[in-house]
Design a protein around this ligand. Structure first.
Ligand code: MG
Length: 280
């Protein structure tokens, strides 16, 4: 049913999200003292408001929350998350060719060796919630895009920029938290170099039609160190470099892709990486 609806909307080229169907009616009932009272009933997508029958309104699944990280100690993932790195090993990752990554684990963090290249997650994801923590080098070297540059890519395509943006000015659509070349963060919530920082990313994948045209753009909601920096932003296209003043357009791809961590020549460290898959 849902897929039929989705297909219809895709063929129509319109929005994917359907408005909820709300119905409302009033009946006369007896109260506990036998008096007539009017009671209004309302359903949203066929489910009564304040329904208690679990056959009609199932209880949400129970998830044990994770623990918060501190600067000294990485937190833990919630119980239903897929853990991509918990400080022990890089087994969830390969190099971009699918081989063993030249990234190492040091003090509970993963980081690239020199010229290691990107790593990608073995498991692929579409729409998801991604938590990742990162720290740029304590010893500050370079400036602009050359200082603590890395990045986390959704579906192997869409980069949320990692950069040491603490007292380090660069083009706003390339600073820490930018959707690279597409959208600057609402604010600069950067911590000092060497300190652990976090991204919490709510990502909905783009949807393409058979002609390879995007019929629903990807969306990003991102918190940087707990501060909202993208509020359900529709990504206008791809984020790959296309010369100094352009980025590449969308190009069609499948429903899932890997999480990619960038090696941009700076030893940026990562810890506590986990994903929760979302419905589109
Ligand atoms: Mg980058």
């Amino acid at each position: 049913m849902r897929w039929a609806l989705l297909l219809t909307l895709l063929l129509a080229g319109g929005a994917v999200y359907a408005e909820p169907v709300i119905e409302e009616w009033t009946v006369v009932e007896k109260d506990s003292e036998g008096n007539d009272v009017e009671v209004t009933y309302m359903t949203i997508d066929g489910v009564m408001v304040h329904e208690t029958d679990p056959a009609k309104q199932p209880q949400p699944p129970i998830v044990t929350p994770g623990t918060e990280s501190t600067q000294e100690q990485a937190g833990a993932a919630p119980s239903d998350a897929i853990v991509l790195f918990d400080g022990s090993d890089v087994g969830a990752w390969t190099d971009t060719e699918g081989g063993e990554p030249r990234w190492i684990v040091e003090d509970g963090a993963m980081l690239p060796l020199k010229d290691a290249g990107y790593v990608k997650s073995r498991q692929e994801f579409g729409s998801c919630q991604l938590h990742v923590e990162w720290a740029t080098p304590t010893r500050v070297e370079g400036d602009g895009q050359g200082r603590g540059n890395s990045g986390v890519f959704l579906m192997g395509e869409y980069e949320v920029q990692i950069l040491d943006s603490y007292e380090n000015t660069t083009y706003p659509d390339g600073q820490a938290g930018a959707l690279y070349g597409r959208a600057k963060p609402l604010v600069n919530a950067s911590r000092k170099p060497g300190e652990w920082q976090s991204f919490d990313i709510i990502f909905h994948r783009p949807i393409f039609n058979d002609a390879g045209e995007v019929v629903r753009k990807a969306t990003f909601t991102v918190l940087h160190n707990g501060v909202l920096i993208h509020d359900h932003v529709a990504l206008s296209g791809g984020t790959w470099w296309n010369g100094p003043h352009a980025v590449q357009p969308y190009k069609p791809h499948g429903d899932k892709g890997p999480i990619l961590l960038q090696d941009h020549g700076n030893p940026v460290r990562f810890r506590n990486i986990w994903v929760r898959e979302l419905e589109d």
